[in-house]
Design a protein around this ligand. Sequence first.
Ligand SMILES: Cc1ncc(COP(=O)(O)O)c(C=O)c1O
Length: 364
Amino acid sequence: MNRPILASIHTEAFQHNLNRVRELAPESKIWSVIKARAYGHSFDAALTGLASTDGFALLDVQDAAWLREHGWKGRILLLEGLFHENELALVQDLACDLVVHCDAQLEWLERFNAHKPVNVFLKMNSGMNRLGFKPIAYRTAFHRLHAAGYHMHHMTHFANADQVDQQPSVGSQLEVFNEAIEGLDGSTSLANSAAILWHRNALGDWVRPGIMLYGASPTGLYADIEHAHLRAVMQLHSEIIDIQELQEGDRIGYGGRYAAPTSMRIGVVACGYADGYPRHAKDGTPVWVNNASKNGEGVICPIVGRVSMDMLTIDLRNAPFAHIGSVVELWGDQVPVDTVAQMSDTVGYELLCAVAPRVPVEIK
Ligand SMILES: Cc1ncc(COP(=O)(O)O)c(C=O)c1O
């Protein structure tokens, strides 16, 4: 028997979240962002659950090849374009759309003898100062690639669509972008999840949702998406593998971070930081525990003591019927991944992407 830990990926939740994107951006087409193995959910699950998307956006041309091998005939966007010049022929064979964000990529494309048209999403740095051509250089880059026969489109990325009163604002980036592309042909791609949720004036012809497709929050706070009708796609489950009876003052685990305030039962759960659970989770981070016999009815119990490599420990005072073998949800429907992330000073993005290869994945 394997360790009892399991990440279940619910493809109907993917479909549900994709439908939510369509409701929020009905005029736009959707690039479903599935970089980082679909934010840790696996390409397999994304291909099934997001089959009705208009296109997939990812990073590596090898992953684009995987999608083609597994039957995906729709659009694929390489979000950071080429990493090396010699990838171009394969990109063309795979009929990928390409982001072009810098002069080196532009020169590679000019040198390449494209035998069929390639769609280019030219990326503008409208204020985030990560990737992209500054507005002043953008039009020249656009005209050069257009002259070289590429089908040209426009793209930018927002730095603060999840924040209020933070510069550069969505409004300021949008203004820069619109001014720079004025009079140029081609579709536009602007919005990430935060802009889809909160800046409906900044969507563009193609939206690029990532985190919301997985049912987590762009801000890192579950409260911010609580009413957005998104569903958690990943459910991370394990089981109680041992129970300790502590007396008042007994300490738990490495460093003895937690001292029992009273006599209490502690559940030892088969999940640790080598599974991707954050080592920095504070005492009080919630897990959901099946409180036995009562038709799977569960309760929330707090983590107590430091998370170790393969195990974590929970206070079972809320779960008097829990026993060895009781199911524990680390995150999913009952415990938002964002809550675990918040208690560990990070965001749901990081936790989802960091689920370790040793955790078995089941696609439902
Ligand atoms: C260029 C680009 N577009 C879209 C996304 C999706 O962002 P989010 O997951 O916040 O929706 C990302 C992710 O970081 C990105 O880098």
